[in-house]
Design a protein around this ligand. Structure first.
Ligand SMILES: Cc1cc2nc3c(=O)[nH]c(=O)nc-3n(C[C@H](O)[C@H](O)[C@H](O)COP(=O)(O)O)c2cc1C
Ligand SMILES: O=C(O)C(=O)c1ccccc1
Length: 370
């Protein structure tokens, strides 16, 4: 696709973004309010440096981890993001196929432009893949239950309950541009047609469905009573909420600030990961997303206590650049960079990646050990 050489996720961001109309590009790439968190999610990785151990046999590095009962190729999955057909007509179907081809798992947004049945089938036709279904608490409990039941019947392994979005964030770009998904795109899992979507602002449309009176005490036991899928909480940023998720018997949390799109001036996810992982003490799975843009970012997140990384926008840039092939390119860049990082750092398997592989800059001093 095109003459340019796409070697890094940053190259893919430029090439993919260029293909999109300005309002779509801004909807995908922006964060909330002042953009502090969306920026810091990535830049925060720069306070850490990798301390390699040398002269190790790294001819047979294993990048695999086990997730939902099966090995995935390397510790990266694709976060649930709505409206993927805005990036490429094949949307979530292309993402699912690319993930299956590459041997990683995929999150499906409740605001996907294809159904959970279509998306899981598209992937499984290519190869083994697990999906998880993202869920928002909804005002209409019957509709919410339908989404859960359809996801389970389609073979999804977990519900990711997005907990950081009782309302949408302050999004100046969406409000200025009067952002609306293009005519023709629907939210089939929400039972919302293109015509209905066109009648309300994105913000009002979201609020009309979303339950801003959600709570741990109501939501988690209710979900448990209607599904056997694992229940994960997406959008946790504090050790307190890790502890609460454990109390409610959840299987995992995604340390996430929604890619900086919800509450601005929340910390970068990598900066709260160590305390959250410490609080978990192995009692709940800890995954992370937000701002991960390279194999070394992945390595640092694993060293600081995450079991697996998830990425949102890099998938959208891949889709915009070249559909399924673009998402495969994105996964390939991450895989090659991560594997090489392990080799150069002297880690033969994922279990050898630990905090002892990292140093950190504190104020102006020399590099400190963690
Ligand atoms: C365009 C877009 C749409 C998104 N839609 C959803 C969604 O429907 N549900 C959800 O839980 N998170 C959604 N997210 C957040 C992602 O799941 C993820 O947390 C975030 O993109 C990770 O940060 P990154 O994009 O820097 O990798 C969306 C993100 C983007 C950029
Ligand atoms: O924009 C988002 O971050 C998001 O979560 C969303 C919600 C509904 C539709 C599309 C995206």
């Amino acid at each position: 696709m095109g003459p340019e050489k796409i070697l890094s996720i940053s190259d893919l961001e430029s090439a993919g973004s260029k293909k999109l109309p300005v309002s779509t590009r801004d909807f995908f790439n922006s964060g909330a309010t002042t953009q502090v968190t969306v920026r810091e999610n990535s830049t925060a990785y720069q306070k850490y440096r990798i301390l390699p151990r040398v002269l190790k046999d790294v001819s047979n590095v294993s990048t695999k981890i086990s997730l939902f009962g099966r090995d995935i190729a390397f510790p990266l999955c694709v976060s649930p993001a709505g409206l993927q057909a805005m990036a490429h007509p094949d949307g979530e179907l292309a993402t699912s196929r690319a993930c299956a081809k590459y041997g990683v798992n995929m999150g499906i947004s409740s605001y996907a432009n294809h159904t959970v049945e279509q998306i899981t089938t598209a992937g499984k036709e290519i190869g083994p893949i697990h999906h998880i279904m993202q869920l928002y608490s909804m005002k209409d409990r019957e509709k919410e239950e339908q989404v859960v039941r359809r996801a389970e019947a389609a073979g999804c392994k977990a519900i990711f309950l997005t907990a950081d979005s009782p309302v949408l964030g302050v999004r100046y770009n969406e409000w200025r541009s009067g952002f609306l998904p293009p005519a023709g795109l629907a939210y089939p899992m929400m039972g919302k047609t293109s015509e209905q979507i066109q009648q309300q602002s994105h913000d009002d449309g979201f609020s009309s469905f979303n339950n801003d009176s959600h709570s741990w005490a109501v939501e988690i036991p209710w979900l448990r009573s209607i599904t056997k899928m694992e229940i994960w909480i997406k959008g946790v940023l504090t050790p307190e909420d890790v502890e609460t998720a454990i109390e409610y018997g959840c299987e995992g949390v995604i340390i996430s600030n929604h890619g900086g799109r919800q509450l601005d001036e929340t910390p970068a996810t990598i900066d709260v990961l160590p305390d959250c992982a410490k609080a978990a003490r192995g009692r709940i799975r800890i995954h992370i997303d937000g701002g991960i843009r390279s194999g070394t970012d992945m390595f640092k997140a694993l060293a600081l206590g995450a079991e697996c990384c998830w990425v949102g926008r890099p998938m959208l840039w891949g889709l915009a650049y070249n559909g399924q092939e673009g998402v495969e390119l994105m996964l390939d860049i991450f895989y090659q960079e991560f594997k090489r990082c392990m080799q150069l750092a002297g880690c033969k398997s994922i279990s050898e990646i630990s905090a002892s592989s990292l140093g950190v800059f504190r104020s102006d001093g020399p590099l400190a050990r963690l």
